[in-house]
Design a protein around this ligand. Structure first.
Ligand SMILES: Cc1cc2nc3c(=O)[nH]c(=O)nc-3n(C[C@H](O)[C@H](O)[C@H](O)COP(=O)(O)OP(=O)(O)OC[C@H]3O[C@@H](n4cnc5c(N)ncnc54)[C@H](O)[C@@H]3O)c2cc1C
Length: 394
């Protein structure tokens, strides 16, 4: 590794994005230093979607999950449109986020990461090799920031069976979610909302989408909420904190090996911007009251219809130019939920049954609901196309 002696990697913050970046960097052979201002993270149970499970496993956070009371729950009740509630398929990990973050930090410390306690965060150290901003919505090293709307969440602790499904529902002027023993009431009210009888008020969190103008500038890179904070409605904040930690660590590894840092930086900027664009489009659709499309049955036969090309990708923890599926909106995707989309090109060059492709995904360890949602995504984005069945054929 060609990092000059005396220069180091510093990570500001001690939340889940900071812990994940530190753990990932350690596994790549770096020894970053965390800077903590010892500000407590507000408690609350949150739901992590199944797409993030492989990232948690790869970081070796099983113990942290157990300490944070992690429970896998099948399905999530979505009553956003009250007259038409839907049960979202798939699995969610319900977890106490502040305990999860501190247990993940302990894991990083156990693997050799040092923490410097400071009263105030210094400005980005001039002589460090890379500076990671993991200060959540403070985005202390990544100003300026932008936001959409001004909604806040009032959080309550309520008595609840731990293995109950999560649920969201909407009223005319606010929406609510319940995950395990946490109830969140999300509104634009200036005064805290009232909780149900017996509820204990935990506090208020900003809940509007927010992003920093430039997620990577020079050798400063923002991860987690500091880069892009989702509307909690999406339930993707922790998954993004983990995914951005993996991507940022690959970028830092590439910076350490290549004199031209621009392609890796460009990869990261695109990665964050694409997440933001997709999420804001999703919110626009909700605003227009378009109900989420009900799951469509898969066609009997499909064929690969994606466009192959090259793009900057993160492969084996390095940013390299490699083959991917290219889309009209300039994005490129190679892996979706751990599945190599180019395998579909090989498997479905000629029409194949959806059942055969589902069987292939199952053989890779992808669960039934997730395999179907990967196939549906491929059909929506034109990676696969349905083949009309000739009913006259005997
Ligand atoms: C109401 C609500 C519900 C949510 N529910 C879900 C859910 O169900 N599922 C899900 O996946 N996501 C959910 N999220 C999003 C999720 O909580 C966040 O995306 C995730 O916790 C972000 O982690 P982080 O490490 O980036 O930031 P944080 O957890 O905010 O950590 C930031 C760290 O930086 C430190 N820090 C802050 N300011 C400074 C400073 N100036 N100097 C130095 N250090 C500083 C803090 O002390 C902390 O250690 C929800 C969000 C909200 C608001």
């Amino acid at each position: 590794m060609s990092i000059e002696k005396g220069s180091e990697i510093v990570i500001a913050g001690t939340g889940i994005a900071a812990a994940a970046t530190a753990l990932r960097l350690v596994s790549l052979g770096f020894l970053p230093r965390l800077i903590s201002i010892q500000r407590a993270i507000m408690p609350g149970v949150e739901a992590i979607p199944e797409a993030a499970f492989p990232l948690i496993r790869e970081l070796g956070l099983d113990r942290a999950v157990a300490l944070a009371g992690g429970k896998i729950v099948e399905g999530f009740e979505n009553a956003w449109i009250r007259s038409d509630p839907v049960l979202l398929p798939g699995r969610w990990l319900h977890i106490e986020r502040s305990v999860f973050a501190s247990a993940a930090i302990q894991e990083a410390v156990a693997r050799g990461v040092e923490i410097s306690m400071v009263r105030r965060l210094p400005s980005v150290p001039a002589d460090c090799f890379a500076a990671v901003d993991a200060t959540g919505r403070s985005a202390a090293w990544s100003r300026p920031i932008h936001r959409q709307g001004n909604q806040v969440a009032d959080l309550f602790e309520i008595p609840a069976a731990a293995a109950e499904r999560g649920r969201i529902e909407r009223t005319p002027d606010r929406w609510m979610y319940r995950i395990g023993s946490t109830l969140g009431v999300v509104s634009t009210r200036s005064r805290p909302s009232h909780g149900p009888p017996g509820a204990r008020y935990l506090g208020r969190r900003p809940a509007f989408p927010q992003w920093c103008e430039d997620p990577v500038r020079g050798r400063r890179i923002a991860v987690g909420d500091a880069a892009f904070a989702y509307d909690p409605l999406a339930g993707h904040g922790i998954r993004f904190a983990l995914a951005s930690a993996f991507a940022a660590a690959s970028v830092i590894q590439t910076w350490s090996e290549k004199s031209d840092t621009a392609p890796a930086s460009r990869f990261y900027r695109d990665f964050v911007n694409q997440a933001r664009i997709r999420h804001l489009e999703f919110l626009d659709k909700l605003e227009l009251d378009q109900p989420p499309a009900p799951p469509q049955p898969l066609p009997e036969k499909v064929r690969f219809s994606g466009r192959r090309g090259t793009a900057e990708l993160s492969i084996e923890s390095r940013i390299v130019t490699s083959d991917a599926v290219l889309f009209a909106d300039q994005t490129a995707v190679r892996w979706l939920g751990g599945v190599d989309l180019l395998e579909f090109e090989h498997l479905a060059r000629k029409p194949v049954t959806s059942a055969a492709l589902l069987g292939h995904l199952h053989s890779l360890g992808v669960s039934g609901a997730r395999a179907r949602s990967i196939m549906s995504w491929c059909l929506r984005r034109g990676v696969l196309e349905a083949i009309a069945i000739n009913t006259n054929t005997p």
